[in-house]
Design a protein around this ligand. Sequence first.
Ligand SMILES: Nc1ncnc2c1ncn2[C@@H]1O[C@H](COP(=O)(O)OP(=O)(O)OP(=O)(O)O)[C@@H](O)[C@H]1O
Ligand SMILES: [Mg+2]
Length: 303
Amino acid sequence: MVQLNLKSLLKVNSLSVSYRIKGAYIPVVDQVSFTINQGEILAIVGESGCGKSQLALALAGLSPKSARIDSDIDGDTMTVAMIFQEPLSALNPLMTVGKQIREGLAKKHLPANEQVIKLLSAVGIPEPEVRCKQYPHEFSGGMRQRALIAMALAREPDLLIADEPTTALDVTIQAQIIALLKKLNQERKLSILFITHDLSLLESFAHRVAVMYAGRIVEIATIQEIFNHPKHPYTSALINLARLQKDENGLFPSIPGSVPPPHEYPQGCRFHPRCPRRTDACAVEIPVLSGGNDHVWACPVVK
Ligand SMILES: Nc1ncnc2c1ncn2[C@@H]1O[C@H](COP(=O)(O)OP(=O)(O)OP(=O)(O)O)[C@@H](O)[C@H]1O
Ligand SMILES: [Mg+2]
């Protein structure tokens, strides 16, 4: 098991992100609290529409102007860098990759070209002296994501937020990017918040996992606990999905039902309409996170 230096880097206390939807402010991220420790990879998992990206944007200070943010975040003097699902749209097509990395360099006093070449080689781009003079369209999808990671590293961030960074890539390249992030975490003690809808990516990668459903965190635990002793029925459903393969039509299996839109979140536990273990009480009160030190979940039905 990986031993962590449990010094907290960022404490998020009751963060909400709301938008005006049909005349009222509706939270799409709703009173979310968690800690990221130094040198840790914390994963946020949940289906599409659960609020993962909205949470990430708020942490990076990149929320749109129309968002209302309520939060009490301890750690806002840190540098946060973010990488996204679609690397091409995050790169400037008219500027060489080297120049784009150079623009973000934190250490302005050191020779820029040397730093750029070091960064490109740190993210596994071969022939960095040649590659730095090329434009994004000359890079493959996996290489573009590596270039974006180099751009993020140039800023010397305390925290790297990676929002589905491998979803647009094929499986082999996906595994290479995950291995690269793991290496950067181990060698540079880089703290990473890794967002995905796919738990199966996390088994030998993340240290802890926060499971998000309909704007709220419903479980937080170490990766071993999540896989070996999941508590919340939603987490169990996600784990079952991660263990299943594509069906004969090439489609991934899914949990019956779907995540409701924020203005239709039900009373009580938001997962209860889809939950195999629901009781009448589940439709009344929103359960809060409770449990032990390194494992909390928001479901009073599961002990
Ligand atoms: N500008 C906005 N105005 C109103 N609602 C918004 C806005 N942006 C996002 N939302 C809503 O916030 C909710 C959470 O969206 P978010 O993009 O964070 O989901 P996600 O978990 O990242 O999903 P995915 O896995 O598809 O990326 C969704 O219901 C979305 O429609
Ligand atoms: Mg998203």
